[in-house]
Write a protein that binds this ligand. Structure first.
Ligand SMILES: [Zn+2]
Length: 487
């Protein structure tokens, strides 16, 4: 017997505070069999799911569309309609589908759509009917009623920084097999928590959040457990459903699901005051960088392209210039005009160029610098997980003692490969700036003498009260005082 399992992916994480809309052509889209060559052998959910299905031997995979985009601003309405429409059209073309696995992020937002993943799940469900449907999600997913309603089982990540993409795909695939084998009847318990969380206590290996995740893993491993997670939302996706959720799915055991969800949710709520980021002023950060031997890593979480920010902040660059910082520093910035200027001038040329503020001009003003063009690149590189990155036209500029990686397009600056593939080895510097709140720790903790979370402005600032929330659940911790207990 062979079961035909439909495969689809759509992932983007939105900061609604980033004024730069995300467009269709920023998505990296694979269709049909090309999905296999792009994802097999990578450290991704799709790869993990493929391996479980292959191992099972009874599954014929039916790949449709895998659309993945660097985190960014809200997706423009026609562009979102096109991405979701292509996936739905590809689903509609298939026949005799027995089950579906959708790989989602869950914190996507359109300019006019607060719940794109819920819309997709609803539409895919309408096309495919009542067959087993499992989706994997990031724990930063903004969980909505529609998502819970139209998926049989939602399987969230269990690590932060995220290192379990592959395993999450495996968990999702195993659950789909249980449904196909009619071994499981999912029962869901969900508790909404009016809280937004940030900071080091979220690190699952060392922080308090890890204890909640281990409770989730215990219920998942129990006789009736299917999937469990704490889904904290992306704090910068300011849509009506934004808050935290505990979601526990068991096999027909409603009481166990509810008891576990209740215990985990109370743990999160009772510890809410711990989940805030400790930030260091820019002046103090630079002082620390000056007095520290070995590599210092500045986390520019406020302009984290990993969280949906614009990537064109020059706040740290300006601070280093103003302070006459003379140690070796490596900084990234998204700046298409500056990259174009460098390409026009050529390698070795000296140029006067403005850096920053080309995308989030309300927050950042361009800074004029004199620079030398060190190298030019087509911007193609490979991320640590094996997937392909594309910064577009990319220039490395020398600005005093600094090397600035200027990309035309937004890229993740979480790992080391984005630098290394452009001839820049982080270990050769005294200071490296990353555009990531915590994910970078996986790749930098072993080489850094000091990590500093710098307090600078940006559309993904961990200082949540600095951001103009308008849509999320209210009252909510920490934006409001005296938020009533959800229990
Ligand atoms: Zn995430």
């Amino acid at each position: 017997m062979t079961w035909r399992v439909l495969i689809a992916e759509v992932k983007q994480e939105t900061s609604t505070f980033n004024p730069m809309p995300t467009r269709y052509d920023e998505f990296r889209i694979y269709t049909g069999e090309a999905i296999f060559s792009a994802y097999r052998g990578t450290q991704t959910e799709l790869s993990g799911a493929f391996d479980i299905f292959d191992e099972d031997g009874r599954i014929e995979l039916v790949p449709t569309v895998a659309a993945d985009c660097v985190s960014g601003g809200p997706i423009a309405t026609p562009d979102l309609d096109r991405v979701l429409g292509e996936i739905e059209a590809a689903v509609r073309q298939q026949s005799n589908i027995d089950a579906a696995y959708l790989c989602l992020h869950g914190a996507m937002a359109g300019a006019d759509e607060g719940d794109p993943e819920g819309r997709l799940l609803q539409n895919v469900r309408a096309i495919l009917g009542d067959i087993p449907l499992v989706a994997s999600i990031d724990l930063h997913c903004v969980l909505t009623d529609r998502m819970v309603e139209h998926a049989d089982i939602l399987v969230p990540y269990h690590t932060y920084p995220h290192t379990d993409h592959y395993e999450t795909g495996q968990r999702a695939a195993r659950n789909l097999l249980r449904l196909l084998d009619r071994e499981a009847i999912p029962t869901v318990a969900r508790i909404k928590l009016p809280m937004l969380v940030r900071g080091d206590e979220l690190l699952t290996a060392t922080g308090r959040f890890g204890e909640a995740i281990r409770m989730c893993q215990e219920i998942e491993a129990s006789a009736t457990g299917l999937a469990a997670g704490v889904i904290i939302g992306n704090a910068f996706t300011d849509v009506p459903a934004l808050q935290s959720n505990v979601l526990v799915t068991t096999n027909g055991d409603a009481a166990a699901a509810q008891a576990a969800a209740d215990e985990i949710a109370r743990f999160m709520w009772n510890n809410r005051e711990l989940f805030h980021a400790k930030l260091t002023s820019l002046d103090e950060s630079i002082r620390l960088a000056n007095e520290t031997d070995g590599l210092v890593v500045f986390s520019d979480a406020a302009d984290a392209t990993a969280s949906g920010a614009s990537g064109d902040s020059n706040a740290i660059l300006k601070g280093l210039l103003d302070a006459d910082f003379s140690k070796r520093a490596l900084l990234p910035i998204v700046d298409a005009p500056a990259a174009a200027t460098a390409f026009h001038a050529g390698v070795g040329a000296s140029i006067n160029v403005a850096l920053g503020g080309t995308r989030d001009s309300g927050r950042f003003e361009p800074v004029a610098v004199s620079a030398q063009v060190k190298s030019l690149h087509d911007g193609r590189f490979t991320y640590e997980n094996g997937t392909v990155g594309n910064g577009g036209r990319t220039a490395v500029l020398i600005v005093g003692s600094m090397h600035v990686l200027v990309t035309e397009r937004s890229v993740y600056v979480v790992g080391q490969r984005v630098f290394q593939d452009h001839g820049l080895n982080p270990t050769n510097y005294d200071l490296v700036v990353v555009k990531s709140p915590n994910g970078f720790r996986t790749w930098y903790e072993s080489i850094a003498s000091l990590i500093v979370a710098v307090d600078v402005p940006g559309s993904t600032s961990a200082n949540l009260r600095s951001l103009p929330f308008e849509n999320c659940v209210r009252p909510i911790f920490p934006l409001d005082e005296d938020v009533p207990s959800p229990f």
